[in-house]
Ligand binder design. Structure first.
Ligand code: IMP
Length: 186
């Protein structure tokens, strides 16, 4: 299927394409605007975005991606506020909020929203448990990747090659569900 990736984030495009293209789909980044409502769940943000895109882009196959880092000791913060926290205090500020605390477990979550040419809408979710580092590590990836170590590894997402991040990440898992769905639906 030909999918328009509605995001301004080139790193997300790389991760999405790395899973979708080998599965036989063609992707193109689309510079479309959709409002990101302030909601309490990623699913609500995605549903609202899909609704708006459906109104203006009927007949197209479009994919949106909303993700967040949920830190247990901070009651799930930054979570749905991940972008705001990134733009204001940044990953180093999030580390400062956690301080020296021993409890550093966290979860990355991703919700992919698919708008189908017939107007159908679907969501695909993925999550990845892990822990928050005590310092930023690694040059790869983007966003909070330098402060997150996925469970079962010692490297941060920013220290993993893209294929290894996609194999275990929240986005990679949501993508696996999307690819399975597209395969089933022809
Ligand atoms: P959004 O999904 O673009 O709204 O992302 C919210 C915030 O989380 C942004 O600051 C992103 O940089 C960050 N983010 C989203 N996905 C990832 C990821 O896979 N790794 C690290 N940070 C991410």
């Amino acid at each position: 299927m030909e999918l328009g990736l509605v995001t301004s984030n080139a790193d997300k495009v790389r991760e999405l394409a790395a899973a979708l293209e080998p599965a036989g789909h063609t992707v193109a980044q689309r510079a479309l605007e959709y409002p990101e409502v302030q909601a309490t769940t990623l699913a609500e943000v995605v549903e609202f975005g899909l609704e708006r895109l459906a109104q203006r882009h009927a007949g197209e196959a479009l994919l949106i991606d909303d993700a967040g880092l949920f830190i247990d000791a901070l009651g799930g913060f930054p979570g749905v506020y991940s972008r705001y926290a990134y733009d204001t205090i940044g990953p180093a500020g999030v580390l400062a909020l956690l301080g020296d605390g021993a409890e550093r477990s966290a979860e990355f979550r991703c919700v992919l929203g698919l708008l189908l040419p017939d107007g159908g809408r679907q969501q695909f979710r993925g999550s990845c448990r892990g822990r928050i580092t005590r310092a930023l590590r690694g040059d790869g990836g983007f966003g909070y990747d330098p402060v997150f170590v996925p469970a079962g590894d010692e490297r941060t997402f920013a220290e993993l090659p893209l294929a290894e991040k996609n194999a275990v990440s929240h986005r990679g898992r949501a993508l696996a569900a999307l690819v399975a769905y597209l395969g089933d639906s022809g």
